[in-house]
Ligand binder design. Sequence first.
Ligand SMILES: Nc1ncnc2c1ncn2[C@@H]1O[C@H](COP(=O)(O)OP(=O)(O)OP(=O)(O)O)[C@@H](O)[C@H]1O
Ligand SMILES: [Mg+2]
Length: 743
Amino acid sequence: MKIEDLPVPEPVKRVIINTGITELYPPQEDAIRAGALDGKNFILASPTASGKTLIAELCALKHILEKDGRVLYLTPLRALANEKFEEFKKYTIIKKKNGRWVSVGISTGDYDAADPWLARYDIIITTNEKTDSLLRHRARWMNEISLVIADEVHLLNNADRGPTLEVVLARLMQINPHAQFLALSATVKNAEEAAEWLKAESITTDWRPVTLREGVLLHDTIQFKDGGTENIKKPAKKPVLNLALHTIQLGGQALVFTGTRRNAVSLAKEMSKVLIPFISKSLSRALMRIVEKILTTGERTRISELLSELIKHGTAFHHAGLSGSQRRIIEEAFREGKIKVLTATPTLAFGVNLPARIVIINNYRRYESGYGYYPIPVLEYKQMAGRAGRPRYDTIGEALLIANTEDERDYLMESYVLADPERIWSKLAVERILRSHVLATIASDFAHTEQGIYDFFGKTFYAFQYDSHAIKGVITKTLKFLYKEKMIDVSSENVFATKFGRRTSELYIDPVSAVLIRDALLNRAPRLTNLSFLHMVAHTPDMFPKLRPYSREISNLAIFVDGHREEFMFEVVDEWSDRISYEAFLGEAKLAWVLSTWMEEISEDEVIARFRVQPGDLYRLIGTSRWLLYASQELATLFGHKDITSHLAKITERVKRGVKEELLPLVKLEGIGRVRARILYNADLRTLNDLKKVPFDKLIKLPFIGSKIAKEIKEQVGGYIKSKDWKNLKKGKDWEQQVITKY
Ligand SMILES: Nc1ncnc2c1ncn2[C@@H]1O[C@H](COP(=O)(O)OP(=O)(O)OP(=O)(O)O)[C@@H](O)[C@H]1O
Ligand SMILES: [Mg+2]
């Protein structure tokens, strides 16, 4: 079926054809023929890169241009939301019937807001969690949504993210019973079941734009699923290295999935040694430019230096310990074909679009503390394997597992290559997860009676898959907890949220966290310091990622905890009576210690060296702590603790920026992070007024400042730039004429 012949408005076809797509892929055609454009609910389950987004785009534009509708697009990750936002932007050159342009909005941040400004947009792109928080704030425009697109819905199966997605979909079905639901999923075994729950039809295919050859490598022999075999050369010691080299020799790139971060790093190091003969002079120059980017983005650390060494040799690793900007640079370099071998942890497997000629699954076992090693699900294997083969470049993609023995080869063939992906199962009925959703159901008026609450949860995927009795017990228990902690109250038949309950729900924190914070703010530590508050938030179940003490640092942490005993809001666990809780307490203390070190302007590199906390983790810790500190501040206000709100506000700001108090006014400026702020401060530029008065040429000469940043500073503080300086500046840069004189 040609794009030209689709029953959608002409301008939509023009935009699509302009991107180079002229014909539908077979699964897309199936979806259209089955009525996706006629308003029916659908679940499309098809492999990675089979073009599910285009169906979503067609449906969305149909709603906006022909039905005066409005679209909500749900993704599980911020990075994906950004990617979709970019993809949808191409339609903003189309005019609607009312003469306005099609508009696309995105909102993924701040969970304590109703974002009324989103009402302006035709297409709103968000994450599942953000949608949950918007629903809690009863964002009015939610009721006007006519099409809900849920991307990656196989995540219903995920213990951490699935429940929120499920509750969000159930709520949206409740408030918009007439809206169309379009769910996009990887291939799963029970797509029909999920479809039935969504009152949708399901389309499942295995079609891929590039043929996928799956198999297992043992020593130097690949055995393919189709029975064929192939031998590879053995220039290096390890089969995985040989396989990657084999691919590069054929002009491709390799993506290698490893089980742990450490494996990803060590494998990339080994790779760098054998790649040398494959790096041409021109590639080497291109790689040096990437190295330059890595070293000048963010603070320089032992990790950025290691990455640079590897990139010089055409390889890199990718895992959650890297900062977001490092990851983006690496992804781009791989997409451009400059990095030849990328080793990655499985976080890369879903979400970002990063295909490779060959995908190598080096470890099919995963380690989880408490569990030990376990083999990954087939669904996860398929997601990784699906990254093989770049549309438009490759006619074939290969996905290979690595076996060490014949037995293992047969096992891998049987259990992964030839296996079907599992069924997906709802993970909702867990108390820790339900608490928050039960409270939100009451606090945001989705139910007013106990029966109403059971009815709502009776409409979830969980109740559909198991039965509603199974979940009832957990809900009853949760209601008792919420009542005891005065988050909800009852009058005759009615259940309603107290101010505390309502605020907790809006703040998007676990009710248990709210109770811990409430009690801590009331009882307080004997000596109240920054550490008291940092540890308080580290102690809540919302804190993520948790830090566990390494055995080498336990005695140090014990001394630290002992020395600060009076500052903790919660009693220090006794080392001898409960070892496990004691170590958890040490972990929380460590987290608080890391954050206070960060606030004292200790460099990222030193944080890595001292605590073995990598930048990616540090940024996540900062993000979560900021959120919990903000929530604490709000709860302090609610409970009338005026004496500590400004202390909390200051810590929140310092954690966010990683600075001592004296730098707070400076880091508020755009373009000024903690490094530049410290340079300004040490040059006696301590207030905005100092910056306003300082001569431009003096400002420019400071390290890391330079003309562009200096100009930005002056712009923001209302300072003056002499016309001579300005002219010199302009020679180098192409700035707009209009802003010249006012500085
Ligand atoms: N009919 C088509 N012809 C050519 N290219 C297409 C067509 N449809 C989609 N594509 C391209 O295929 C690529 C993958 O599409 P898309 O991102 O929608 O995959 P997906 O099915 O959502 O996969 P995933 O499960 O990985 O999210 C995109 O670059 C898209 O532009
Ligand atoms: Mg997709």
